[in-house]
Design a protein around this ligand. Structure first.
Ligand code: FAD
Length: 477
């Protein structure tokens, strides 16, 4: 390994990092670093001095002490599937101060141990670098299941999901990552190790680290391990692909599904333009007749230990529907779910064809405001001349707005996020604020609130080494 510092490196920092993790896990070569320096979208990224791959909590603590002593910026990274620029260094410098500081990426992928499943507690302790798919597989091998699922499951990690308070399709039943973390271990900026992995269902014993760290996007500490909740593995699942005339009809259906008591596991929404894109990408027709341009598609899943098909079919029979396809066979269900699961991949492929990264927003509004939000987003896309691909998690009013070929992303962001705030929504439902939306956080949080958040950050990370510019802007506004 070539451990020579590059132009913005610091020889004493490099030596301290090598002492902490060993030369093989300090990547200084530009070729070795490059895969870590750009994010999944291709929109965000910038240079680092080195990528550090600690394998133990003690080694990570030593890395943090070295970086803190040298004032080096630390970018925590794991699966690098985050969509808001929080897992990679910024392209430009966040402030004059940062331009004088070396930046290291700390990759947490080596924290990949999975402990034994505790079937009595329905919990498991896993390393922060364990992927969602491996968490699910470990739970299923013990006859249980993981409560969280989304399309990036093979790369996205527990640490990343905790840091972003990830959501996905099963939030309607089990909540977000916040509800799954019953214990946590993390390393703070000065190398202190905090938290508890006991997972006790009742405990009031001072500061609750999971509450503070979930959703903190790598700005307060680096998560090393977590104790996670598990849920039952249901014997029967039924999936319905439902084509409807309008968002209003989709919300009507959601209301019926909820009040019927059907064992809902997912309620996803796909807008017509998005359906067209994924149909082209998969090269397969829509499972049910596609809706008109003003319609929508809802994918519903119910899961239980009895067969929930009749309950679901009865609820659908009462709803105002254009067409429905229903599947219970696992392979047919899988094929149906691909129209939602492979949407982000279809958008990435379209971006590659266009030669420009897609501008993504992840927002949520009260259900009563969903129609207004979609109209405003469509108008903003029309005025920009770009193509809007929207889909999301209907039950939470969470829509992913993807602007393909956007000419003026900043203008779209100001307009759409402003409307989201006016409608009582949030500018980040599950992807996080990252660097992408830090400048807009003031739309939904007061100046007092932001000052208090900054004070907590400064107390835990006085030298601002952890992900500066993520969540809270460091630039003067
Ligand atoms: C195809 C696709 C589909 C997606 N679908 C969903 C979805 O349905 N729901 C959803 O919520 N998200 C979704 N995402 C976004 C993304 O997968 C999640 O945000 C995920 O939680 C990120 O995990 P990661 O391991 O890739 O984290 P990274 O991208 O590496 O990092 C994300 C953030 O977490 C911080 N971080 C990472 N690891 C740690 C750690 N150990 N300690 C402290 N901070 C850390 C980073 O600094 C960064 O700010 C999707 C992404 C893709 C590409």
């Amino acid at each position: 390994v070539d451990a020579r510092p590059d132009s913005n490196g610091d020889p004493t920092l490099t030596t301290a990092l090598i002492d902490a993790v060993g030369a093989d896990d300090v990547l200084i070569d530009a070729d070795l670093r490059s895969g870590y320096e750009t994010d999944w979208t291709g929109r965000y990224g910038g240079p680092s001095m080195a990528v550090i791959r600690p394998r133990t909590t003690d080694a990570l603590a030593a890395v943090m002490r070295a970086c803190n002593d040298h004032g080096a910026v630390v970018i925590p990274q794991a699966g690098n599937t985050g969509l808001v620029g929080g897992s990679v260094p910024p392209a430009g410098q966040e402030s004059v101060q940062d331009s004088e500081r070396p930046t290291v990426i700390v990759s947490m992928r080596s924290f990949d141990d999975i402990g034994p499943v505790d079937r009595d507690a329905m919990q498991v302790t896993v390393g922060a670098g364990v992927t969602l798919a491996r968490w699910q597989a470990a739970a299923r091998a013990a006859g249980l299941d993981a409560p969280l699922d989304f399309a990036a499951r093979d790369s996205a990690t527990i640490g990343g999901a905790i840091a972003t308070n990830a959501g996905g399709s099963r939030v309607v039943r089990f909540g977000t990552m916040r509800q799954q973390v019953v214990g946590i271990e993390a390393v703070l900026a000065d190398g202190s190790v905090v938290g508890s992995l006991s997972g006790l269902p009742k405990e009031t014993a001072g500061m609750h680290w999971p509450s503070l760290l979930v959703g903190s996007e790598g700005t307060l500490g680096i998560v090393t391990r977590a104790r996670l909740r598990l849920v039952p593995r249901f014997a029967h699942t039924v999936t319905a692909f439902v084509s409807l005339k309008s968002i209003g009809d989709a919300l009507d259906l959601l209301r019926r599904l909820r009040t019927s008591g059907a064992p809902l596991d997912a309620v996803e929404v796909i807008q017509p333009e998005a359906l067209d894109l994924v149909v082209d990408h998969l090269g397969r027709p829509s499972p049910a007749a596609p809706p008109s341009a003003t319609g929508t598609v809802v994918i519903v899943e119910c899961a239980a230990n009895h067969d929930p098909t009749d309950e679901l079919v009865a609820t659908l029979a009462d709803a105002s529907i254009v067409d429905t396809a229903i599947a219970t066979d696992p392979r047919q269900r899988e094929a149906m779910l691909e129209f939602r699961d492979r949407m982000t991949e279809a958008i990435a492929a379209a971006s590659t064809r266009l030669g420009t990264p897609t501008f993504k927003l992840d927002v949520a509004v009260p259900l009563s405001a969903l129609d207004d939000l979609l109209s405003e987003a469509e108008q903003a896309a029309l005025d920009d001349g770009c193509r809007l691909i929207s889909f999301g998690h209907l039950a939470e009013g969470n829509i992913h707005l993807n602007h393909l070929g956007a000419l003026d992303p900043d203008r779209i962001a100001r307009r759409v996020l402003g409307e989201v705030a006016r409608l009582g929504g949030t500018i980040s439902a599950e992807h996080g604020i990252g660097r992408a939306k830090a400048a807009h956080l003031h739309l939904i949080r007061s100046a007092d609130d932001l000052r208090a958040q900054q004070a907590i950050k400064t107390a835990l990370d006085p030298n601002a080494i952890l992900n500066p510019g993520v969540v809270i802007e460091t630039r003067e506004r």
